[in-house]
Ligand binder design. Structure first.
Ligand SMILES: *[C@@H]1O[C@H](CO)[C@@H](O)[C@H](O)[C@H]1NC(C)=O
Ligand SMILES: *[C@@H]1O[C@H](CO)[C@@H](O)[C@H](O)[C@H]1NC(C)=O
Ligand SMILES: *[C@@H]1O[C@H](CO)[C@@H](O)[C@H](O)[C@H]1NC(C)=O
Ligand SMILES: *[C@@H]1O[C@H](CO)[C@@H](O)[C@H](O)[C@H]1NC(C)=O
Ligand SMILES: *[C@@H]1O[C@H](CO)[C@@H](O)[C@H](O)[C@H]1NC(C)=O
Ligand SMILES: *[C@@H]1O[C@H](CO)[C@@H](O)[C@H](O)[C@H]1NC(C)=O
Ligand SMILES: *[C@@H]1O[C@H](CO)[C@@H](O)[C@H](O)[C@H]1NC(C)=O
Ligand SMILES: *[C@@H]1O[C@H](CO)[C@@H](O)[C@H](O)[C@H]1NC(C)=O
Ligand SMILES: *[C@@H]1O[C@H](CO)[C@@H](O)[C@H](O)[C@H]1NC(C)=O
Length: 541
């Protein structure tokens, strides 16, 4: 197995050591790289806030996330996972409640909580979305259990083409957020989304085959006319619409894409003028049983970039209209994730590189990682599970709420961003196909850097673990002289647990960190080593 391709640029780097050549298949090589870090933020650095990592929650089981099973208090475990991040950055993830089940939801004021009908679980989909979801006021009022200061985006049903249902939901959303309980909780509604992935409606039975962007714009505008009144959205209100939320993008004016919405005149209507943000969904692929090699593919630097740079024309079209652009629903592999890929340690490195590149390379305002109870790609499993998320078999013992490896990525990003509110990020030029780096600036000055070595070190590998030595330069200027190093320690890329962030685990009963913090302090001039499947955070003094 080739660990690195020696590109001409790489050979320019110093080759410091060639260890243990006895195993020709897996000779571990140590390389040295020199990375230049700007001391002051370049003009194209992106402002990055603590809510870069946000969450999209499958709407059917929203109450399982929000509240305890007795419905009279919050889900303490989920609350703690959010509060951990708030304690680091001062700002929690924004929460979008929607997705596929958004287009199957109906409102009935006589219902307490929710009435759900689920299809049978299958090996591939152990935790399917409910096909029927009927909700009452209590469902929306449960937002009061989120941490104070949380911003919320809620989706209403456009799929069943029943305006009455959408209006009843929008009214219930407004009632909930206008209530004293939610106001006292400090939880704020930012946006309402009308429908999920309407570009798929022509194929999934929500509309006639051939449903096109011009019909979409017409129907969306008709719905928005009533939904805006019901939800209290107008030109002076703080609440606005999320537009789009398409599964794919045609990147063209004639298909489903931001460009297609604009060229069909969505922004010319008074309703369209209430769109504040355009949302795009994206998955790196769809899991099919039998697929293999997906973990390294997912982690690979170049595929992360090609999965995101395809949206550059879209984001530029959106921003030229003065609107924000978000990845409003995203995660690794569609269909709730790939087993042994989306739920393992390597996925934490993917999540981190993906979110930081979406910000620094694309200019996305936020990235909403999609979550559902029992989904493989979750950062967080908010309730006790009795069925395997991998194959739907009954678990020998109930599995209590827990965080999954990708949760560590949110913690690391939070620490890199910090709590000053004025952080900026740029991707660093790292001349290596496996190592990615990002510089973080506060007050325009470099304060931290994150490096990710995305070479998958798998439990099936017999050779020694590869390692890269990184030396730092500061563009000829006198940079910082001392730095603290924190590492995300991972046994193997395919481990499902046992990660440690600077010696600390979040895999605890209450999601609160546990363990003694381990930080190395070194001279910047010594550089640092980063092994395969590792993340390093440098804090400069
Ligand atoms: C509801 O459940 C939570 C968590 O289990 C518990 O702390 C709380 O006391 C319960 N409330 C009532 C009224 O039973
Ligand atoms: C939508 O708004 C129009 C105009 O105000 C109104 O006549 C109609 O009854 C509303 N429809 C629903 C379902 O609320
Ligand atoms: C539309 O939704 C309303 C409110 O839930 C419901 O009463 C009505 O039966 C629905 N209409 C259709 C055609 O399903
Ligand atoms: C969209 O569909 C409608 C109704 O079938 C049709 O009249 C219209 O020409 C189509 N528009 C485009 C751009 O394909
Ligand atoms: C706009 O919406 C806000 C908040 O829902 C409301 O207070 C205000 O009266 C509305 N303005 C108009 C012109 O309808
Ligand atoms: C929307 O308005 C703009 C600016 O007024 C105009 O150039 C454009 O032709 C309009 N688009 C449609 C589809 O009506
Ligand atoms: C997206 O990433 C996956 C690996 O996760 C890769 O197979 C796929 O080709 C990438 N897609 C694009 C458009 O780059
Ligand atoms: C930012 O500018 C630097 C230096 O000009 C360049 O290398 C880098 O590619 C730019 N990054 C982006 C995301 O435009
Ligand atoms: C199903 O997955 C669990 C892990 O969640 C594993 O322990 C078990 O062996 C698997 N069962 C089958 C039949 O593959």
């Amino acid at each position: 197995m080739t660990k690195f391709t020696l590109t001409p640029s790489l050979t320019r780097s110093r080759l410091v050591a060639v260890l243990a050549l006895s195993s020709p298949l897996a000779a571990p090589l140590s390389y040295a790289l020199t990375v230049n870090i700007p001391v002051t933020a370049p003009s194209n650095a992106s402002t990055v806030t603590g809510s870069l990592f946000s969450l999209s929650i499958e709407q059917d089981r929203w109450l399982d996330w929000a509240q305890a099973s007795n419905s009279s208090s919050r889900n303490e475990f989920f609350f703690n996972t959010l509060d951990n991040l708030i304690q680091i950055t001062g700002e929690g993830p924004q929460i979008r409640i929607g997705a596929d089940s958004e287009d199957h939801t109906d409102f009935n004021e006589n219902i307490e909580g929710t009435e759900l009908v689920f299809p049978d679980p299958t090996t591939t989909v152990p935790y399917p979305e409910a096909t029927t979801i009927v909700v009452g006021d209590e469902y929306y009022e449960a937002v009061r259990f989120l941490p104070s200061g949380t911003h919320v985006i809620w989706g209403v049903n456009f799929g069943t083409d029943n305006l009455t249902a959408a209006v009843l939901e929008a009214q219930a959303i407004k009632r909930a957020f206008d209530s004293d309980a939610v106001k006292d909780a400090g939880v704020v509604l930012d946006f309402v989304e009308i429908g999920n992935e309407a570009d798929l409606y022509g194929g999934n039975g929500h509309r006639e085959k051939g449903f096109n962007i011009s019909e979409y714009v017409q129907q969306w505008t008709d719905f928005a006319q009533n939904v805006s009144v019901a939800a209290g959205i107008n030109s002076t209100s703080d609440v606005k619409f999320w537009g789009g939320a398409f599964a794919e993008s045609s990147h063209s004016g004639s298909g489903f894409s931001p460009q297609g919405m604009f060229s069909n005149g969505i922004l010319n209507s008074s309703e369209g003028k209430l769109i504040g943000t355009v949302s795009q969904h994206h998955y790196s692929g769809s899991f099919r049983p039998g697929d293999s090699g997906l973990l390294q593919d997912l982690m690979t630097k170049s595929t992360i970039r090609s999965n995101l740079t395809m949206f550059l024309p879209d984001i530029s079209a959106v921003r030229s209209q003065g609107l924000d652009y978000v990845l409003g629903e995203t995660n690794s592999y569609a269909g709730h994730g790939a087993p042994g890929v989306s739920n393992v340690a390597g996925a934490a490195l993917w999540v981190l590189d993906y979110a930081l590149f979406a910000k620094s390379g694309l200019g996305a305002a936020r990235v909403f990682f999609h979550e559902g109870v029992g989904y493989k790609y979750n950062l967080i499993q908010p309730i006790t599970l009795t069925r395997s998320t991998i194959n739907a078999s009954d678990l020998p013992e109930p599995l209590p709420p827990h965080v999954q490896p990708p949760y560590y990525a949110a913690i690391i990003a939070a620490e890199a961003i910090g709590n000053t509110g004025d952080a900026q990020v740029v991707e660093l030029n790292v001349d290596n196909e496996r190592v990615a780096g990002y510089g973080f600036f506060v007050g325009g000055t470099i304060v931290r850097a994150v490096f990710i070595n995305s070479e998958a070190f798998l439990s099936t590998e017999e050779g020694e673990r590869g390692s890269v030595h990184v030396d730092l330069e500061f563009g000829g200027e006198s940079g910082p002289t001392s730095m603290d190093i924190k590492r995300l320690t991972i046994g193997h890329a395919d481990d499902v647990s046992g990660l440690k962030w600077g010696g600390v685990s979040f895999e605890t009963e209450d999601a609160r960190p546990s363990g003694e913090q381990m930080v190395e302090t070194v001279d910047v001039s010594s550089g640092f080593d980063i092994v395969d499947t590792e993340v390093v955070l440098l804090s400069f003094q």
